[in-house]
Design a protein around this ligand. Structure first.
Ligand code: ATP
Ligand code: MG
Ligand code: MG
Ligand code: MG
Length: 474
């Protein structure tokens, strides 16, 4: 029988408990660390211990941590393995064991406890970490032909521009072992998936970029629960695991679709809805409210993205999506965070309110567009062409959430075109303004916000599908 997501979570935590780790609560998605917008990894709550700024209460801990990585937003539904919201299982050593034990335990967990076949596993180590390479060979007999050396980008882990960091060693699963080791690249994600990262946390990066040794040598790890579920449940992507599929299926049902027979584009939209639904439910549960700033802005854009994807799939404006999707997420939440079920009413109410608000915005946009079309028609004055200025189309996009393609299509029905070139100019100058505004914000938070401005701000509505919103907007 295949392991469920809940089984995998429990096996991980129980295994590390049996190895002397204390099972601890994951932290809130709202970090106490002011340099990070949202919790992006299990280590964040332990950062003060790694830095020697807080005493350790135990020497070994294990957790499951809710994470949100807004920086992965453009991968959602595009890669099989990325989410904005995911669960990271972790084992931690605070100045206790180091590389040798971390490698031995990760191997035992992966092969014996979870039952991943040894010959399917590949390992990467940091390019000059000879010690880790030797330990993989000597401690678990790992073959050199599946051990790869990677550079700073993949195998030197840091939670931000400054702070604790170190070389890491990642474990990958091979979907196509029949291709053999010759010429294989771990970057080929049709063949490999990274599932476990062991960070040998021994340095602290200062504001000037230099590395100083930490007082203790620590272990920080992260295993993606949804990815391990994909591997063990033998499904083609994380979305089809028992951890997420019920949410995707609920979105499909709202849209009158069958996920498995829907085309790839619609499947992507359904995956985005499933992914973002988890993110927004957990964010609201942890106390984030929609707003135009920081975390609240992230939340608002994610909710709007869900609603817009739903509209584009043909879900009528009289039909709410958030309450249905939120109920699914809540029903699946127990093992990850029991507080979610306790907050259910508040979560559903808050999400419903925001959906209603966005619905009114879309409706106001429709009225604004009608006025623009009347103006354009009046100015036609006998000549055969009329157009909407880029600035006006940009207003519809920026204030009312209308993708350019939608404006173009609605305008075309009245024989009116849209000035695309000047729309693009408006868009670029807005991006420039938000980049400048972000320069003053702290590096880490600033980077995340910058990515968000670049990604949500401009590709927010990229999933537009020809015609499907028209019935709604007209
Ligand atoms: P990738 O290279 O696939 O983007 P990563 O190297 O950025 O992953 P880490 O920072 O090492 O990921 O995080 C530890 C583990 O958390 C990963 O090995 C993976 O299993 C999981 N993980 C990371 N990012 C995501 C995500 N966006 N969605 C789901 N799981 C993730
Ligand atoms: Mg990544
Ligand atoms: Mg990686
Ligand atoms: Mg990694």
């Amino acid at each position: 029988p295949k392991l469920s997501g809940a089984d995998i979570r429990e096996k991980f935590l129980a295994f590390y408990e049996s190895k002397g780790h204390t099972r601890m609560q994951g932290a809130s998605l709202i970090p106490s660390d002011p340099t990070v917008l949202l919790t992006i990894a299990g280590m964040l709550q332990f950062k003060p211990i790694f830095l020697g700024q807080a005493p350790r209460s135990v020497s070994r801990a294990t957790t499951t941590q809710k994470c949100v990585r807004v920086s992965d937003i453009e991968n959602i539904g595009v890669t099989a393995r990325h989410h904005t919201f995911f669960e990271m299982l972790g084992n931690f050593s605070f100045g206790d064991y180091f590389k040798k034990e971390a490698i031995r335990m990760a191997w035992e967990l992966s092969t014996k406890v979870l039952g991943i076949p040894e010959e399917r596993i590949w390992v990467s180590v940091y390019k000059d970490d000879e010690e880790a390479a030797a330990l993989w060979r000597e401690e678990v007999g790992f073959p050199a032909e599946r051990l790869v050396r990677l550079g700073d980008e993949d195998n030197f882990w840091a939670s931000g521009a400054t702070g604790p960091c170190g070389p890491c060693s990642e474990m990958y699963y091979d979907f196509k072992p029949e291709l053999g080791p010759a010429g294989a690249s771990l970057e080929d994600d049709s063949r490999f998936i990274e599932f476990y990262n062991l960070v040998f946390m021994e340095s602290n990066r200062g504001p000037d970029g230099s590395l100083a040794p930490l007082k203790n040598r620590n272990i920080d790890t992260g295993m993606g629960l949804e990815r391990v579920a994909q591997i063990l449940q033998q499904v083609p992507n994380n979305y089809e695991t028992d951890l997420i599929y019920p949410i995707v299926a609920a979105a499909a049902k709202l849209a009158g679709l069958d996920y498995h027979s829907a085309d790839a584009h619609k499947q992507t939209s359904l995956k985005v809805m499933g992914d973002h639904a988890r993110a927004v439910v957990y964010m609201v549960s942890d106390g984030v409210s929609p707003s135009n700033l920081g975390r609240g802005y992230v939340l608002r854009r994610l909710i709007r993205r869900i609603v817009m994807k739903g509209r584009l799939l043909g879900i009528g404006k009289e039909r709410e999506v958030m309450p249905t999707l939120a109920e699914e997420v809540i029903a699946l939440s127990e093992g990850c965070d029991p507080a979610v079920a306790a907050n259910a009413q508040r979560i559903v109410a808050e999400l419903r309110r925001e959906e209603t608000k966005f619905g009114s915005t879309l409706e106001a946009g429709r009225k604004r567009l009608e006025a623009m079309l009347e103006d354009a028609a009046a100015q036609r004055n006998g000549s055969s062409t009329a157009s909407i200025r880029g600035a006006a189309a940009f207003e519809l996009y920026d204030t009312y959430g209308y993708p350019l393609e939608l404006t173009q299509e609605l305008a075309a029905e009245e024989g009116v075109s849209v000035d695309e070139v000047s729309f693009e100019r408006e868009l670029q100058s807005q991006k420039k303004r938000s980049r400048e505004a972000l320069k003053s914000i702290d590096l880490t938070a600033g980077r995340l916000l910058g990515e968000l401005a670049g990604q949500l701000g401009t590709s927010d509505f990229i999933g537009y599908e020809h015609g499907s919103l028209r019935a709604e907007a007209s």
